[in-house]
Design a binder for this molecule. Structure first.
Ligand SMILES: CC[C@H]1O[C@@H](n2cnc3c(N)ncnc32)[C@H](O)[C@@H]1O
Length: 481
């Protein structure tokens, strides 16, 4: 396959579309693209995800959104009706079988859920349910709806979701491959996601604005901001090339206040820097802050504290949206009430933050500059490897370990770069692997780590990293001995 970061010609798209729609029986529901456009044009403006984000970003408001999804349509509607009372934006989380295009097994899961009278899947199998059933969801709810998942080949899911009236689609060719799959090549996942972005570009050409959100947190395990920013910017550029106009770039909270605030500010500024450098001007940018994505304390009060801290920092950072967690995070899929508890705690914090702004802070400025230097160094190398083509450069950057996502299952990820917390809990680089950080930046990271090792009276080691991975579950931030 000849991968290139080029808008897919409409004839090539329509030809590929015929094959995509054959991959499951419900593909026939979307044979006529215009039918999806016509249905989308019936969605009221106050239920358009892109519009809601644009207005919130303009007004400096941080919106709240949970994750949620169950197997059966009526059950899912009932769940979202409870959640929409407490949130600004609604999800529909897709089940694990659908994420791997295993629709036969999703069908079994639906059957078992019907027999059991409760969900036996960890999300909604949208492809199996098809357009008519999913339109019932979007018609039954009052808030904008987004598809959230983890699908390397999300082409059919995209077609059916958009024709069903969802107005936002999460994911990307890197962020839904590397953390979620083992044997999928980046050439294929990036190309399949160009197709998804082209679907949304085609809705845009027909006057329907659909929001796209690259998956910010990646593996959610001690991810340095510069790594997730680089992936978000690349996926944003790929989406813009396919005609997407509404982009939400994201970041997973690490827990150090200065770094988290600097992360959101630098993410916004760097996205504009690269999008404009590529000649894009007429896009709408927003940011999303994911509450702590690592291990959670089992105790529900302690979990509520983690959630509240995430909401407070999201508000302080000026993120357009915060993705909330629930006090059941340590156990699994939350009940509706637990999900609502996470939303209520988050909204209380957002409301109390709304009347105040985080003051100018030298430490935040320094962290912003450090993140910018790191992202620019990696992006420069990615573009060199691709001879200017960001998609080709991305594939080669992962092959060379120039882009390297910690603790990822994907075989195409080299997994040599190791993160670690410094003495204040910020994420630093313990081993850069082949990630091309400037020498003086590398020295700064080594100094940060050496300071912690001195304070703790132990050598920086892999054990220290393990301690950091477990720290929050044990009610700490830094994994002290
Ligand atoms: C990205 C991982 C996050 O998604 C959450 N998640 C995954 N599936 C569901 C689900 N079906 N309902 C609610 N939360 C969910 C999970 O708790 C974790 O916090």
């Amino acid at each position: 396959m000849e991968l290139k970061n080029k808008k897919i010609a409409i004839d090539d798209f329509m030809s590929e579309r015929k094959d995509v729609l054959k991959t499951w029986v419900t593909g026939k529901d979307v044979t006529n693209f215009e039918d999806g456009v016509k249905y989308q044009s019936t969605i009221s403006a106050d239920k358009n995800f892109a519009k809601k984000l644009f207005e919130a970003d303009r007004d400096g408001i941080t919106l709240s959104q949970p994750r949620a999804g169950v197997a059966l349509i009526e059950e899912h509607i009932e769940l979202l009706k409870k959640l929409q009372v407490e949130c600004d934006l609604l999800p529909t989380t897709i089940d694990a079988y659908t994420r791997l295009n295993r629709y036969e097994e999703a069908a079994v899961g639906i059957q078992k859920s019907v027999e059991a009278g409760t969900s036996k899947l960890n999300g909604l199998p949208v492809v199996n349910h098809g357009v008519a059933a999913c339109r019932h969801i979007t018609e039954s709810l009052d808030k904008p709806l987004q598809i959230r998942h983890g699908t390397p080949d999300a082409r059919l899911l995209c077609e059916i979701s958009m024709a069903s009236g969802f107005t936002s689609y999460e994911g990307g060719g890197i962020s839904y491959n590397i953390p979620y799959a083992k044997r999928v090549t980046l050439e294929k996942s990036i190309r399949d996601w160009q197709y998804c972005d082209r679907v949304i570009g085609l809705y845009e050409e027909n006057g329907i604005r659909i929001n796209r959100e690259p998956f910010g947190p990646l593996t959610g395990t001690l991810i340095p901001p510069f790594i997730s920013h680089t992936v978000a910017i690349i996926e944003g550029l790929v989406a813009l090339e396919q005609g997407v106009k509404s982009i939400t770039v994201g970041y997973g909270q690490v827990g150090n206040l200065v770094q988290d605030i600097a992360a959101i500010r630098s993410l916004r500024e760097l996205s504009h820097e690269y999008f404009r450098a590529y000649g894009f001007e007429d896009y709408e940018l927003s940011t999303v802050f994911h509450q702590w994505m690592g291990g959670f304390p089992e105790d529900e009060s302690r979990a509520a504290a983690v959630i509240s801290w995430g909401a407070a920092v999201a508000g302080m950072s000026g993120a357009t949206k915060v993705i909330t967690k629930s006090p059941h995070e340590a156990f699994g899929i939350p009940t509706a009430e637990a999900n609502c508890q996470g939303l209520r705690a988050s909204n209380q914090m957002l409301n109390m933050m709304r009347d105040q702004k985080f003051p100018p802070c030298k430490d935040v400025d320094l962290e912003v500059e450090l993140i910018k230097r790191e992202v620019r160094a990696v992006m420069k190398k990615v573009l060199e490897l691709g001879n200017g083509d960001i998609a080709v450069g991305t594939v080669r950057a992962f092959e060379a370990g120039v882009l390297d996502i910690p603790f990822a299952p994907a075989m195409c990820n080299s997994g040599k770069m190791l993160p670690i917390r410094d003495n204040n809990g910020a994420i630093r680089v313990f081993d850069a692997g082949a990630v091309p950080l400037p020498d003086d930046v590398l020295t700064m990271h080594q100094d940060f780590v050496a300071e912690r090792a001195r304070v703790e009276g132990r050598e920086a080691s892999f054990q220290m990293i393990i301690d950091d991975i477990n720290a929050v579950s044990h009610s700490k931030l830094v994994g002290r001995p």
